[in-house]
Ligand binder design. Structure first.
Ligand SMILES: Cc1ncc(C[n+]2csc(CCOP(=O)(O)OP(=O)(O)O)c2C)c(N)n1
Ligand SMILES: [Mg+2]
Length: 390
């Protein structure tokens, strides 16, 4: 291929060379920030946080409890009580800030890591554990908490969400920025490379659907770094699809709240989609089946620890809002209680009757599934004869 194609940089033709790296953890990244890692409030020309310190205390509580739930779930997996767990460690601010910016009518389409958003929507964390324990296929009713079932197929939920948002538009439930309704679709940096996500962007754009695409750029798609997904900041892609994109400090709960709130208002009033890129970091493994020490440097992790989303809120509350240590102790005690309850609940989840799974795939049983159910029942029964042997 010639290197002199007009308008195309020669480096495009060096496919095996590593592309220019995106900013490393130690470099400055342009984003909306309202609370620094040191816990200082800062101004931004386009976004402001307009809630009081009581609300900030609430965010601190949310993030601490959700982190504790996450730690307990990881421990339960290690003890053989869950099949797998996808930790949200490090992403608490992105999830609590965006989750708390939703109103009671907005609809959420999560991936498999949005335990913090589930918390904000009032989903019982035990329901999340049921899925990861393999005793059900997601036992919560999406309509009850406006929180769709977890989606493992990367990016697929962005299409489901766009379809839902187009339904909201056709039901004429938009037009009011505060009391109307809109949809938010969560996805990851890796998912941004999926066809589904790009198709969702196009549909949402040309139909002006009331949706916020909330990308948690945690820098990793299992072991693939962000520089294998994009050469430009992800939020800039929105321009090519014809709607605004904004990058927010994903470890700053005040900023993620403010940015999501504005984007949701825009969607609810009928002004169309927004892409929010929450710039954050996956502090843990991809899932409990993964070992990140095989592919990333410990010093990166150490660097991101200094940007911890919970610590900065604690620093702010202590230094600038006069919150004493008793408050933090209370939250710790509550977190321990929540974790103990979750553990008790998990251990007492009833084992499923496996043949029931065939009944839950569709609303109405199909002849094929009925046959498969029978075959499975016969197969399972073949083991009971040999019970107690060898
Ligand atoms: C369509 C599809 N392809 C591949 C996978 C396997 N897979 C599971 S998680 C994952 C990486 C996703 O990364 P990202 O979108 O950044 O989300 P994160 O896990 O970092 O939250 C992949 C490739 C899958 N579940 N679905
Ligand atoms: Mg990722």
């Amino acid at each position: 291929m010639s290197e002199s194609v007009p308008g195309i940089a020669p480096e495009v033709f060096a496919p095996h060379e590593a592309p220019a790296s995106p900013p490393q953890a130690s470099e400055e990244v342009e984003f909306v920030q309202l609370l620094t890692p040191e816990g200082e409030r800062v101004e931004h020309p386009d976004y402001s946080f307009d809630l009081d310190d009581e609300a900030v205390k609430g965010f601190y509580r949310d993030m601490t409890l959700v982190r504790r739930i996450d730690t307990e779930a990881t421990a339960l997996q290690r003890q053989g009580e869950l099949g797998i767990w996808a930790s949200l460690l490090g992403q608490e601010a992105a999830q609590i800030g965006s989750g708390r910016a939703l109103n009671s009518k907005d609809m959420v389409f999560p991936t498999y890591r949005e335990h913090g958003v589930a918390w904000c929507q009032g989903v019982n964390p035990l329901n999340l554990l049921g899925l990861f324990r393999g005793v059900d296929q997601g036992a919560w009713d999406p309509r009850e908490n406006n929180f769709h079932l977890y989606t493992i197929v990367i990016g697929a939920q962005t299409l489901h969400a766009t379809g839902y948002a187009m339904g909201q538009q056709r039901d004429h439930v938009i037009g009011d920025p505060d009391n109307g309704e809109a949809t938010i679709a969560y996805f990851g940096d890796g998912a941004s490379s999926q066809g589904d996500v790009n198709e969702a962007f196009i549909y949402a754009s040309v139909f002006n659907a009331p949706i916020v695409f909330f990308c948690q750029n945690n820098q990793w798609a299992i072991s693939e770094p962000i520089d294998r997904q994009t050469r430009i900041p992800l939020y800039q892609r929105a321009a090519g699809f014809g709607f605004p994109g904004v990058r927010v400090d994903g470890n700053d709960v005040l900023a993620t709240y403010a940015v999501t709130q504005q984007a949701m208002k825009r969607a609810r009033e009928g002004s169309g989609p927004t892409l929010v890129e929450a710039y954050t970091y996956r502090m843990g493994a991809h899932t409990t089946s993964d070992d990140p020490t095989k592919y990333r440097l410990n010093e990166d992790l150490e660097h991101w620890k200094l940007k911890d989303p919970i610590e900065r809120v604690r620093a702010y509350l202590t230094r600038s809002a006069g919150v004493g240590p008793e408050y933090f102790d209370e939250i710790e005690a509550e977190a321990d209680q929540v974790a103990a309850e979750l553990r008790r609940g998990c251990l007492s989840l009833p084992d499923p009757t496996l043949t029931d799974f065939f009944d839950h795939a569709y609303v109405d049983q199909t002849p094929q599934l009925a046959e498969q159910k029978q075959q499975f029942a016969a197969y399972a029964a073949s083991f009971s004869d040999s019970e107690g042997e060898g």
